[in-house]
Design a protein around this ligand. Structure first.
Ligand SMILES: [Zn+2]
Length: 552
């Protein structure tokens, strides 16, 4: 619809509802919406008739609604009737769209009347509390939180970055310490108390603290001592992570510096002046590896504490390593990458690693690249052939084979079948099928299902569940003799193989391994569809048949 036409429709619709155009924009109106029968005057600002930016509904007079109802009213953007992306609006029906928005604004205010207001304030309490800048918590918060400190670290973005971390961590950065941090846990939500919406002085903070159900009121002397010693005190509750520190009077600071005021006297001194000593309020955001990696999984990541060895840091292994890190690998458990090859120009077109790592061992380069993901991440890089390190390898919980190399796949499979340790319980292979026709992942738990070799028991024979047409000549050219026999296929095939493996890994770690062999077509002309399945062992498998008491 033509924008002018849309504006005309909107104009007619709004006039019919008693709204009048007030400017200064082309579509700025004033009128009233009804909230439980009462009129509430609003200003309507429509920045874009395609609704890429949502129309804003502002209260004209805040005194028309009780202050407690202002939870969903922001000064800048008006009534929060919908999150920006959560509300589909039809740009081809602009009149109806505007009516929908007005009714949503009414409903939002009515919900507040319905008793949700205080609850909303509590839900958004952190936003009310915010005053000073934000602080990022790199240390996970728990009852036994260790000694914490607030530091400044340099980010590549150049943004100021204040982080709370445990002393001695952040090896890759040079943290500049600012102050100590202590944390008090509250099992119940924090919110406004009788007389104190958010505290501004030490006296108000004391009053606020002692009325919180979830905070230990008798713990106030400890909080006061920390504050007096210029620590930043944080309160960690289900609804908020908020903190405070004292704006210490300069004469006290000078006294401490000169030595005329002893540290032990500080709590007493500030207590005496608590009505006038102001506080700075901070908000914290969880930025620890656990929080970051668990967010997209919807629970604490099942692979946080697993020891994972990744064999192969090539095109599949590079992306897979990134996916594993983003899923929680290496956060608390070990993540080790094996590769004895170096990064060459020919790799760049389908590798995670950039130009700057040319000539560097792939395992070491991946370690350097991936550790940029988070200040607390540590990855082990082993620049040698994994099969020469089997004694070490079997100490991991899971081996992920991303070499895509038949000989390595087979050797790892045989080692795994013969020498499973107590810790090593799974082997996950993934590969690009036949030069980019498809991608597959296969999980071996050394149980009643097939082993890797069962998928192609005879080398001269075909795959039992091929993800591509094996008669296609392009599918059968070996790609091992350097650049001369380089087979082109695009990066998507490698990423698909890595994606299949990452999901299989998470499913297994979650206790629901699901189908062991997962296939995807990446080239629609050469690929062959295979449904997800858990293949039975092959009677002819040279690797596992004798163990199962079959064949000979
Ligand atoms: Zn087998």
């Amino acid at each position: 619809m033509d924008p002018d036409e849309a504006l005309d429709v909107i104009d007619a619709t709004l006039r019919e509802r008693g709204f009048r155009e007030v400017g200064p924009g082309r579509a700025d109106y004033e009128g009233a919406i009804r909230v439980h029968g009462a009129q509430v005057d609003v200003r309507l600002h429509i920045p874009d008739v395609r609704f890429i930016e949502l129309p804003e509904v502002h209260l004209k007079d805040r005194s028309q609604v009780s202050p407690e109802l202002l939870a969903h009213v922001e000064t800048r953007t008006g009534i929060c009737y919908a999150s920006q992306t959560g509300l589909p609006i039809d740009m081809f029906e602009p009149g109806e769209a505007i009516l929908l928005i007005l009714s949503l604004a009414s409903r939002t205010l009515e919900t507040s009347y319905a008793g949700g207001a205080l609850r909303d304030v509590i839900d958004e309490y952190q936003a009310y509390w915010r005053e000073k800048g934000g602080v990022r918590f790199l240390a996970p918060l728990s009852q036994e939180t260790e000694k914490l400190q607030l530091s400044k670290i340099e980010l590549e973005s150049g943004q100021p970055n204040f982080v709370v971390h445990t002393q001695g961590s952040l090896a890759h950065y040079k943290p500049v310490k600012l102050q100590d941090v202590t944390v008090r846990q509250s099992s119940t939500p924090l919110g406004p108390t009788q007389g104190v919406r958010v505290p501004s002085t030490l006296a108000e903070l004391e009053q606020w603290y002692c009325q919180q159900v979830g905070l230990n009121g008798s713990g106030w002397p400890g909080v006061l001592r920390d504050l007096a010693n210029q620590a930043l005190v944080f309160f960690d509750a289900p609804n908020a992570l908020i903190g405070a520190s004292l704006c210490m009077p300069t004469e006290i600071l000078a006294g401490v510096k000169k030595g005329s005021i002893r540290h032990s006297k500080l709590p007493q001194l500030v207590e005496a002046r608590k009505a006038t000593i102001a506080i700075d309020r901070y908000e914290g955001t969880r930025s620890d590896l656990d929080s970051i990696t668990s967010r997209n999984i919807g629970m604490s990541s099942p692979i946080l504490e697993l020891d994972i060895a990744l064999v192969g840091g090539g095109t599949i292994g590079g992306y897979l390593a990134k996916f594993i890190v983003q899923s929680g690998g290496g956060a608390k458990g070990r993540l080790r990458i094996y590769d004895d090859d170096i990064l060459k120009e020919g790799n760049l077109g389908r590798h995670l690693l950039p130009y700057g790592f040319l000539g560097m061992n792939k395992a070491k380069a991946l370690k350097a690249e991936l550790e940029r993901f988070h200040p607390d991440l540590e990855i082990e890089a082993v620049p040698k052939n994994a099969l020469r390190d089997w004694t070490e390898l079997r100490k991991f919980n899971l081996i992920v084979d991303a070499t895509g190399d038949w000989n390595v796949q087979n050797a790892l499979n045989a080692e795994f079948l013969n020498a499973r340790g107590d810790t090593l319980s799974a082997m996950l292979h993934c590969w690009v099928f036949m030069n980019g026709a498809g991608a597959q992942s296969f999980l071996n738990l050394a149980d009643d299902f097939a082993c890797f070799r069962c998928l192609r028991p005879k080398l001269s024979g075909g795959w039992r569940y091929p993800a591509g047409d094996e008669r296609d000549e392009l599918n059968t050219v070996p790609a091992t003799c350097g650049e001369g026999s380089y087979i082109p296929f695009s990066v998507d095939a490698s990423v698909t193989a890595a994606a299949l493996a990452n999901k299989a890994l998470l499913d297994w770690a979650n206790g629901q391994p699901g189908p062991r062999l997962r296939s995807a077509i990446t080239d629609h002309t050469r690929g062959r569809y295979q449904k997800y399945r858990s293949p039975e062992p092959s009677k002819h498998c040279p690797a596992c048949a004798h163990q199962r008491g079959e064949g000979e």
